[in-house]
Write a protein that binds this ligand. Structure first.
Ligand SMILES: Nc1ncnc2c1ncn2[C@@H]1O[C@H](COP(=O)(O)OP(=O)(O)OP(=O)(O)O)[C@@H](O)[C@H]1O
Ligand SMILES: [Mg+2]
Length: 253
């Protein structure tokens, strides 16, 4: 896992939200085509860190950011960077499914249309993304139906198809299964395991069992600082820090 350059490299990242110093001097590497889990107690800064990886964090009021996030060696916070491009190449799957108020087809076609993808390629893109999200078989005969008619689990797979349609390199997932029933949640987990052959995935989860099932690499955050990071097997089986051990044994958090 470590003999190739990381896909994202976070260097001395500090984030203040209003007056609060939420992320403190974060240094971490996100390996390529692996699943990295960000874990830690509620309020430790997981969502803020995830949203710092594609500059969504800046959408909040009174945000101050210092440090770097290198994406293939280019700092996404460099003043000349095209923020829309960053957010296209590093997509986000949110906690709750939020289909756009339009048809199933149009949800997936939304991004490619904005990016000006040729009309002729659109049907193929919608088809392949719905297939990648393992939703095609369930919706093939009702692509023009409103997306809101789908179940929550189907809606989340639709959101995944929509995220894939703009051809991101990296997929960020913030507790993306926590609003789903257990079977749909496992469905999304299985999908993420399949998708990691083509995408780098970073997921925030409260669920340590889910992190054990999915993660190749783990970053443990505590009060806005990285306490420990490393390959999942090492961190889970043989944590170097007492804090990590206590968290894993559910003594804290
Ligand atoms: N707009 C804001 N202004 C000030 N502080 C904020 C703001 N938003 C979040 N915070 C604080 O930043 C810290 C980190 O929040 P964040 O949402 O990143 O944590 P989290 O680890 O994702 O928590 P959870 O597990 O509950 O989702 C918290 O202490 C929170 O209170
Ligand atoms: Mg959160």
């Amino acid at each position: 896992m470590h003999n190739i350059a990381p896909h994202l490299s976070i260097r001395n990242l500090n984030v203040w939200l209003d007056a609060q110093h939420v992320l403190k001097d974060i240094a971490a590497d996100i390996p390529r085509r692996c699943i990295t889990a960000i874990v830690g107690p509620s309020g430790c800064g997981k969502t803020t860190l995830l949203r710092s990886l594609n500059r969504l964090v800046e959408l909040g009021p009174n945000v101050r950011i210092t440090g770097k996030v290198l994406f293939d060696d280019t700092d996404i916070y460099h003043p000349g960077m095209d923020v829309a491009e960053v957010r296209t190449r590093i997509g986000l799957l949110a906690q709750k499914p939020f289909p756009l108020p339009m048809s199933i087809y149009d949800n997936v076609a939304y991004g490619p249309r904005i990016h000006g993808t040729a009309r002729t390629g659109l049907d193929q893109t919608v088809h392949s993304c719905l297939q990648a999200a393992q939703l095609w078989d369930e919706v093939a005969d009702r692509l023009k139906a409103p997306a809101t008619e789908l179940s929550a689990g189907q809606q989340q797979r639709l959101c995944l198809a929509r995220a894939l349609a703009v051809k991101p390199d990296i997929l960020l997932c913030d507790e993306s299964t926590s609003a789903l029933d257990p079977i749909s949640a496992r469905g999304i987990e299985d999908l993420l395991l399949t998708l990691k052959t083509d995408y780098t995935i970073v997921l925030v989860t409260h669920d340590l069992d889910q992190a054990r099932r999915l993660a190749d690499y783990v970053i443990f955050l505590w009060l806005g600082e990285v306490i420990e990071q490393g390959p999942a097997a090492d961190l889970f089986e043989n944590p170097a820090q007492d804090f990590t051990r206590a968290y894993l044994e559910r003594e804290i958090g």
